[in-house]
Design a protein around this ligand. Structure first.
Ligand code: SAJ
Length: 430
């Protein structure tokens, strides 16, 4: 049990809301702050506005027992956890304005002994800038950037690293880096996380912790780019990339990720730019990775065009629109991008199916794309494009699709389901 009694979480999005729920479930009084009135209202009704396994039950419970309350304005607390978005601008520069406005909003409520932790993915140096902003707003208090261990308010950075879809488990079980602007800041922040983290807590500097977070996602982006580059190579050489990867991964020190129609979501496809912006002359690999992954939807459209019959207007079923399997999140989804590019190319009649949403996102609805359930879409189509390997699509027997032209961007039907168990003898490939 920690000696914090009240914690305020600023930003109740994909990370902030589950964090509120976990902190509140550990006996802390939590005030979740969000500038969006409808988010606050829904939390205060015990409801969730995002889809995340088990989160609804937990929120309902902690709101009902009075441990969590939503508010549009911050109020005094022992610790403030900032979990607001840090998007990129159109010219791919980090936009940390939400972090600084969160800082300005909590500054009037700070008192001696308080802790401020930034969790948002941030360019290196942001925590220190946030601290300077707080110090400027509160000249009556001492902060660790200038007062070191004598500071009145402690400031640290501790990035979230949870996987959407497994947030509640990973929040508790993942190891965590905690980077304070002073030793006491690190210790105090580690104490806060110890109230709910079972994983190990590693203390470092704020700057190292900031780069650690960016590095994790940049590493993954570059590695997915390798798989996507291999997919292009295999397409040239008329080889099955899924088979090549599966067999290469039998090497004890090789672990290639999976190719696909591109990299989506608000993290992996964005965070490398934070490093590229900070060190443009030393990030050739990360820049190339970003380029390769961003170009994937165009390669998929080319593949589709190549199988279309030019003498007629064929129907193309695009299965799956979310940015990864088994979720409803369409943010920066390469599948949506493929549908848009196909529409722009003006080839065929497009039907889209997404089992996790009730309707098309506005950007596709505005284009007049038809929305159907997967089986109807398949039935009507000449070409089936599998864009997301949702569980539901795994149930479809590839045999039933043998009269259709298949573009399987995830290797679900053309490799994972097609692989015959009798291709192995005593655990070895025959
Ligand atoms: N993808 C591939 N091939 C793969 C793996 C993923 O094409 O082999 C694609 C997915 O289809 C998806 C995108 O990459 O479009 C990202 O999916 P993901 O499941 O790899 O990751 P995210 O964006 O949901 O969450 C990531 C995680 N980071 C890492 O795994 C290093 C998560 O732990 C972070 O907390 C999260 O970013 C974040 O918030 O930063």
């Amino acid at each position: 049990m920690s000696d914090f009694s009240t914690v305020s979480v600023i930003g109740m999005g994909y990370i902030g809301l589950p964090t509120c729920a976990i902190l509140a479930s550990r006996g802390l009084k939590v005030v979740g702050v969000d500038i969006n009135q409808s988010v606050v209202d829904s939390v205060n009704r015990g409801e969730v506005h995002i889809v995340e396994p088990d989160l609804d039950g937990l929120i309902q419970k902690v709101v009902a027992n009075g441990a969590l309350r939503g508010s549009t304005t911050p109020e005094p607390a022992d610790a403030f956890v900032i979990a607001v978005p840090t998007p990129i601008t159109d010219d791919r520069k980090p936009d940390v304005s939400y972090v600084f406005s969160a800082g300005r909003s909590i500054a009037p409520h700070l008192k001696k002994g308080d802790l401020v932790v930034l969790e948002s993915t941030s360019p290196v140096g942001t925590t220190r800038k946030l601290c300077a902003l707080l110090a400027e707003a509160r000249p009556d208090l001492r902060f660790p950037d200038t007062a070191g261990e004598d500071a009145d308010v402690l400031v640290a950075y501790s990035p979230e690293r949870v996987l959407p879809g497994k947030v509640l488990t990973e929040l508790v079980n993942n190891d965590r880096s905690v980077g304070g602007l002073s030793r006491r800041s690190s210790e105090r922040a580690a104490m806060l996380y110890a109230s709910f983290v079972n994983g190990e807590l590693f203390v470092t500097s704020a700057e190292a912790a900031e780069l650690v977070k960016l590095t994790e996602n940049a590493f993954r982006d570059v590695n997915i780019a390798f798989a996507n580059e291999l997919a292009a190579v295999c397409s040239d050489l008329k080889l099955n990339v899924w088979e090549v990867i599966d067999l290469a991964n039998r090497h004890p020190r090789v672990s290639i990720l999976q190719p696909g129609p591109g990299v989506g979501g608000h993290c992996i496809a964005v965070d490398p730019y934070f490093i590229i912006d900070a060190a443009p002359n030393n990030t050739r690999l990360m820049s190339a990775g970003r380029r390769i992954n961003s170009e994937r939807p165009y390669a998929v459209v080319k593949e589709i065009e190549a199988v279309l019959d030019p003498t007629k207007r064929e129907t193309i079923a695009c299965l799956g629109l979310s940015f990864k399997p088994n979720i409803d999140d369409l943010r920066e989804s390469p599948a949506v991008e493929v549908v848009k590019l196909l529409h722009e190319a003006g080839v065929g009649k497009i039907i889209a199916a997404e089992p996790h949403t009730r309707q098309l996102p506005k950007e596709l609805a505005d284009l007049g794309i038809e929305f159907r359930d997967a089986l109807t879409a398949i039935d009507k189509a000449d070409v089936i494009v599998l864009l997301v390997d949702h569980r539901q699509f795994n149930l479809i027997d590839p045999e039933a699709l043998k009269d259709k032209k298949l573009i399987d961007t995830r290797g679900l039907w053309t490799w994972r389901k097609a692989r015959k168990p009798d291709a192995r003898i005593n655990g070895r490939l025959a």
